[in-house]
Design a protein around this ligand. Sequence first.
Ligand code: AGP
Length: 598
Amino acid sequence: MCGIIGAVAKSAITPVLEGLARLEYRGYDSSGISILANNEIKTIKAQGTLSNLKQRLLSQALEGDCCIGHTRWATHGRANVTNAHPHQCGQVSVVHNGIIENYLQLKQKLIQWGHHFNSSTDSEVIPHLINHYLSQQMTQEQAIKKAIAQLKGSYALGVLINGVSNNLYAIKQGSPLVISQGNEGAYMASDAMALGADSGKIYYPKDNELIKLNSHEITLCGGANNNEIHYINNKHCAKLVSKGTRSSFMEKEIFEQVDLLKRLSVNNHTSEYSTINFKDLTKITIIACGTSYYAASVAKAWFEKYANILVEIDIASEYRYRSPIVTNNELAIFVSQSGETADTLAALRYAKSKKAQTLALVNVVNSTIAREANFTFEIYAGPEIGVASTKAFSCQLAIFYKMALEAAKQRAFIEKAELTQLALNFAQLPDTIEKVLQRCAEIKSMAKKLCKYSNILFLGRGALTPIAQEGALKLKEISYIHAEAYAAGELKHGPIALLDEHMPVLVIAPKNALTDKLLSNIQEVQARNAPLFIIGDKYIREHIHLQEDQFFELPAIPESILPIISVIPMQLLALYSAQILGKNVDQPRNLAKSVTVE
Ligand code: AGP
């Protein structure tokens, strides 16, 4: 999604450019800044990466104390300089994250009023509206409020106005926005990770609170007084995340999982989950998107198997449109790495309106979803920069595993001895993950062969079907190879028609109660000459003879933690395939790290 940043400070362009660099992880196709210099607003924009913008700025010694910046992820209008933000009209310049749903009607009205437009974006109507009302002798605040009253949709705005008092304004409706008062200045941004070292205290404005920032204070326009701004500490402050020696953030984050799971194994967060009354719950509904949805699918298996509790899972963008039945004593869990996914946030608001108890499982603790849920648990993955989620997924699974054990304990559904064994299995995770990562060269060899294909089927069974789905998602989102996943038993009900020597099949094949059935599915694949790749137990190897680079032998693993272990080879397979194909691993085309539009 788009990233916005603004600063009122000496040489404000510096924190803005640094902020744009921190926002790069969200994915973007163009960028730009507007700065108030020598009593005029100068706007410089560039297509492509931030370095193109910096190149354009080199030739202009721009100095000023009010600056806004933007990284654009195209929603309306192609990725080009004209459509890049900021959009300026006269003495007003605006950066926007969100979607203005009624922009066409507004654009027609403004054209009738004599306005001319350059871009095909929805956002450009905003500076024109503000400028129109300023020309009617409204104050800056009146003009902004009058303009946004006409907007339908979602927005987080930075507004720069060159006037009697040169100010920076910020306001949101539905899209994320954070404000910070530092020692050297005041700042606004789409998320706290964009703010620099001078942003120790932050404030998350409510919808439609108009904030005025100038170098010495931040005021709530129309608010009773400043006391309504309740600052909190910025947990992400100056957390300058670097790739270290790794070739990409994604590679770094895959290999970080050992330490993260060590910390989750040692810190007995289980006590955190004892605050949930699982005993009296009638149902758990878990709602999420993308990779987080696959974590929900695995969690369903654990809650039902170990705690005998009914679990429904929903794709967030589907949930509220299917008129879900929300029962008394239901817990609705919203899983989101970013905590800003618009579909998941909308589903949360729907569940709250139906009086469900809501719990957020997030990686960004101050995020909108975290702040709006009845209560929140953190997954402790640390900032995840790669657009393709990896460490956050394994941490989501780890937290769900602990929650399922807490639920099992409260509901006394399984024997104490089994509960103890399940906890001991969890403690094996860091070492087992490390063993798999140490053999990454074997996965690289598999990737060299696999990435020659244009289409791949992933198969799994039981709690490993979501892992097959996650593996397919990882591969397609960063290598652009078409991949889809099925429950292995479904193959013969249709997808088997696809099999021939051009359609490889990758099977996750552990040793468990379903292994013999899975062997039959594998033989169905081989009978149709489809190239076969297996990530599985040595038992399978004794039955299915494959070349070295087509079989990755999983270490002996207790069944309960298989989903967390078997995703690691999937992550590596996607990483190496994308590297071999020369793709941008951290910022794959068309994708954003946080999808803040529905
Ligand atoms: C995961 O690799 C994808 N980038 C995407 O599916 C992501 O999981 C999804 O957009 C949900 O994001 P969230 O966890 O921040 O809500």
